[in-house]
Design a protein around this ligand. Structure first.
Ligand SMILES: Nc1nc2c(ncn2[C@@H]2O[C@H](COP(=O)(O)OP(=O)(O)OP(=O)(O)O)[C@@H](O)[C@H]2O)c(=O)[nH]1
Ligand SMILES: [Mg+2]
Length: 301
């Protein structure tokens, strides 16, 4: 069980969380245990606030239950970690098509994630369409077209330098005409300035709504799990501009910073919907909080 998660989270598990597991091996809880645990939790990219909240909760529990052994503390820690992760809602198919915008900073994994989602839903029997609304780079359009060919999923694209709003509009219209279930819109991660990017994304969002009232139905922020805390500031800018309703945490497999998942949920108040655990189309898993916690902090039985 959870094999893919265990493998994908190996780096995170072997770094700070590994040291936490060692610390909580089988000794008694002492003052040093708390000091070391505080330092390790902060180092684990949980964010200071989350780390301190967890520490407080654990201290209260230890006092309340008169706990003396640190392996019991480990189990309590796992429980505290799990509690801080939301079980993601699954997609409801009330619209035809459902329109999803994928946004995020450059290189975060948007295009790859678009392909992975296309694969997942096509595999589940849905008719999927990809929209190449990153018109800023010619290569971006080709990248998405190549994925479309590999996956047998149609790609609506315009000319390099063209209007991303127009591409989005065309894609939604085409999906309506064909009776598609899902339109995944891949957007740019970089423009001349951050301001331009946010303005462009707002426009893409507006235009989607013109093509279909209520669209986009979701805006998912793709975050690179290898980036540290400043990814949270970037995320807030997207949240402010385009009303993000979920996060996809890409590249968890190449990151030792899996602890970020906790800071994301706390600071952004958004559920993590999927995790990227590799580069191929099948390497995207619906976020599983139980698997996640058990993969970063394996019980030392
Ligand atoms: N290991 C790993 N690599 C990933 C994952 N997701 C994306 N990548 C890699 O990250 C790199 C960037 O991915 P893209 O999908 O092109 O990122 P993007 O956000 O579309 O980038 P721009 O279009 O430049 O903004 C590629 O080399 C991907 O193969 C993942 O979950 N795991
Ligand atoms: Mg891209």
């Amino acid at each position: 069980m959870f094999a893919k998660w265990k493998q994908g989270l190996a780096r995170t598990r072997k770094t700070t969380f590994g040291r936490i597991a060692t610390l909580l091996g089988a000794t008694e809880i002492t003052e040093e245990t708390w000091e070391a645990l505080e330092a390790l939790l902060i180092q684990a990219d949980l964010g200071v606030e989350t780390a301190l909240e967890i520490l407080d909760a654990l201290q209260a529990k230890v006092a309340q239950e008169a706990m003396v052994r640190s392996d019991e503390l480990e189990e309590a820690l796992r429980h505290e970690l799990r509690q801080r992760l939301q079980t993601p809602p699954s997609l409801t198919w009330e619209h035809q098509p459902t329109v999803i915008l994928l946004v995020g900073v450059n290189g975060s994994g948007k295009t790859t994630t678009a392909a992975k989602l296309a694969w997942r839903y096509a595999h589940a029997g849905k008719s999927v369409m990809l929209a190449a609304a990153d018109t800023f780079r010619a290569a971006a359009i080709d990248q998405l077209k190549t994925w479309g060919q590999r996956l047998g999923v149609p790609v609506i694209a315009g000319q390099p330098g063209g209007d991303p709003g127009a591409v989005t509009f065309d894609a939604v219209q085409a999906a309506k005409a064909r009776g598609s279930d899902l339109v995944l819109v891949d957007t740019a991660g970089r423009l001349h300035t951050r301001f331009n990017l946010m303005e462009e994304l707002k426009k893409v969002r507006r235009v989607a709504g013109k093509a279909m009232p209520g669209a986009p139905h979701h805006v998912w922020l793709v975050m690179d799990a290898t980036t540290g805390q400043n990814a949270l500031q970037q995320a807030k800018a997207f949240q402010k501009a385009v009303n993000v309703d979920g996060v996809i945490l890409a590249k968890l497999d190449s990151s030792a910073r899996g602890g970020m998942a906790f800071a994301i949920q706390r600071e952004l108040g958004l559920p993590i919907l999927f995790a990227g655990l590799g580069e191929s189309p099948t390497d995207l898993e619906p976020f599983n909080p139980d698997a996640f916690v058990q993969s970063i902090l394996v019980s030392s039985e």
